[in-house]
Design a protein around this ligand. Structure first.
Ligand code: HEM
Length: 148
């Protein structure tokens, strides 16, 4: 992060744009969902596209959270600790889930950064792009709904 902020030409601008674009994307997805809901565009035959949208909303939040952990600053460590406690609170598989996502769950080691880096930079983009193609393909097939 220090190299991006101090050594890479315009690195701090690119980082700032990414930071604010991420916030705007989460707000935009939420507003899109409200638009779809209040115009009744989730009704038959678009129920599947609504469900796909809900998955896209959760993945957009996962993008936000995983990106939030990567700077490894105090905020990231706070968020990682919350993430560990939330995943450990999951019934039956709590500890395993926390260990899978964050590595060592008793002390916050750097393992969680590498795992969330993979998630943020490789896994989530592939999954989300695939679901977006499906989501917009369905819109293309069904057409945009007339307000109900
Ligand atoms: C990354 C997130 C998302 C992207 C990129 C995305 C993209 C789009 C686009 C481009 C359309 C077609 C035009 C439009 O109606 O705006 C659309 C339609 C739709 N979206 Fe999404 N969407 C996302 C998330 C969601 C969410 C969170 C929901 C609901 C929970 C949702 C439900 C729908 C439905 C039901 C339609 C069909 C609406 C109609 O035919 O008028 N989408 N989406």
């Amino acid at each position: 992060m220090l190299i991006i902020m101090n050594d890479i030409p315009f690195g701090f601008i690119i980082r700032g744009m990414h930071h604010w674009a991420a916030h705007i994307m989460i707000a935009a997805v939420f507003l899109h969902m409200c638009r779809v809901y209040f115009t009744g565009a989730y009704k038959k035959p678009r129920e599947l596209n609504w469900l796909l949208g809900v998955v896209l909303l959760l993945l957009t939040l996962a993008f936000g959270y995983s990106g939030y952990l990567l700077p490894a600053n105090n905020l990231s460590e706070g968020a990682a600790n919350i993430g560990i406690n939330m995943s450990r609170a999951s019934p039956v598989i709590g500890d395993q889930l926390a260990r899978l996502l964050f590595g060592d769950i008793n002390t916050l080691s750097g393992v969680y950064i590498l795992r969330f880096y993979w998630l943020h930079v490789f896994i989530l983009p592939l999954v989300v792009i695939g679901l977006m193609v499906l989501h917009m393909g369905l819109v293309w097939l069904q057409g945009v709904a007339e307000p109900h």
